[in-house]
Design a protein around this ligand. Structure first.
Ligand code: HEM
Length: 337
């Protein structure tokens, strides 16, 4: 009796299996291009090619996590792993090469008439604080950001996985937290210097005459010359673009979709590389590129002859506004003959 029941159960199970299998065939046939999404994972590539994305169902409310592969993801990966590396390497190393060649060809731009031994105030303490706060954040953010792009390829093989992961973690925290004083710095830079950075006809003339970079020509300029105004707008626009795209990356999917996140990352990466290249040029001219320039932001004063040669219109304005009150004799200076 038991044997008969067992056989009947087997027959019913077999019939049920065939009915189920027969019903399943048309369902599979209804899938676009006859791909069975339930097929073995080996067929994932075929599924991807035919449906253009691999997507399933999940148990958590975030439906974005159900998407496993989608075409824009591969374009983004290509950008992130290949193109951004090229853009960064060409921009940063290219700028370094240009600056080295320029330095070898031109050397330091000297104060032609020598130092006068008398200084004039150029930047007050608050201006210098804002400059150095923003610059310090920028340098750390540039190094920590470049580590995200290049660290895996350049540093990891040199220092090994343990040291690299500790460094990369610290760098990532620095990148995130310094974004706040950096953003504050950019906002303050916009506020304190915008009025003096509106381009005018004097700047056009300054550029036409090579900005004092070529030959011994010293075209007149107000407080900021055409080149400095260019740097200012790079900081304002680059800083704003880096901050907006950076916060979108830092707070993912707040108002952004996957495509929005990818776009933010592309903008952030490209702006960052160009920004670093531009700031290398700015740092060059403020240090080894021009005699007497660093002290403007270092001590807040410049030599009177430096001011005459590089910012003659500003010097005239200052003299008319405050008279000689702003001038300070350098205790240790030997005046030019
Ligand atoms: C408010 C300002 C900024 C914020 C909020 C910010 C935020 C971020 C975030 C969240 C990431 C992604 C990190 C990750 O993938 O784990 C990132 C990447 C990056 N950041 Fe920033 N950042 C800011 C400014 C800057 C600045 C000023 C620079 C350059 C000087 C910079 C350079 C980079 C670079 C090169 C990357 C790596 C790009 C990549 O390979 O994906 N960032 N940033």
């Amino acid at each position: 009796m038991m044997m008969v029941f067992a056989r009947v159960r087997l027959v019913i199970a077999a019939i049920a299996f065939f009915i189920f299998a027969a019903a399943a065939v048309p369902v599979a046939a209804q899938q676009p291009n006859s791909v069975d999404p339930n097929a073995d994972a080996v067929h994932e590539q075929q599924l991807l090619q035919q449906l253009n994305r691999v997507q399933g169902l999940g148990s958590i409310p975030d439906t974005k996590s159900y998407v496993i592969e989608q075409p824009m993801g591969r374009v983004w990966r290509q950008f992130h792993e290949v193109w951004l590396h090229w853009i960064g390497a060409i921009a940063v190393l290219g700028m370094l090469a240009v600056l080295i060649v320029f330095y070898l060809a031109r050397g330091m731009i000297r104060i032609e008439s020598g130092r006068s031994g008398i200084n004039i105030v150029r930047f007050n303490a608050f201006e210098r604080f804002v400059h150095w706060m923003t610059a310090t954040c920028f340098i750390i953010m540039a190094v920590s950001g470049l580590n995200i792009t290049f660290g895996k390829d350049v540093l990891l093989p040199l220092i090994g996985p343990a040291a690299f992961s500790s460094w990369a973690l610290a760098a990532k925290y620095a990148h995130n937290f310094l974004s706040f004083p950096f953003t504050l710095g950019v906002i303050l830079i916009i506020l304190i210097w915008i009025a003096e950075n509106i381009p005018n006809r004097v700047d056009v003339e300054w550029f036409k005459r090579g900005g004092g970079m070529v030959g011994q020509d010293r075209p007149p300029a107000y407080r900021f010359n055409g080149g400095q105004k260019g740097t200012y707008w790079i900081v304002v626009l680059g800083g704003t673009a880096a901050a907006v795209s950076g916060y979108l990356l830092m707070f993912p999917f707040y108002g952004t979709t996957i495509v929005g996140m990818q776009l933010a990352q592309v903008i952030h990466g490209v702006v960052a590389m160009l920004f670093v290249a531009a700031m290398l040029a700015h740092t060059y001219i403020g240090t080894i590129g021009m005699e007497g320039a660093f002290e403007a932001m270092g001590e807040g004063t410049v030599d009177l002859n430096w001011a005459k040669e590089h910012h003659s219109l500003w010097l005239e304005e200052e003299m008319a506004r405050t008279g000689p009150d702003k001038l300070r004799r350098q205790p240790s200076a030997t005046p030019a003959e």
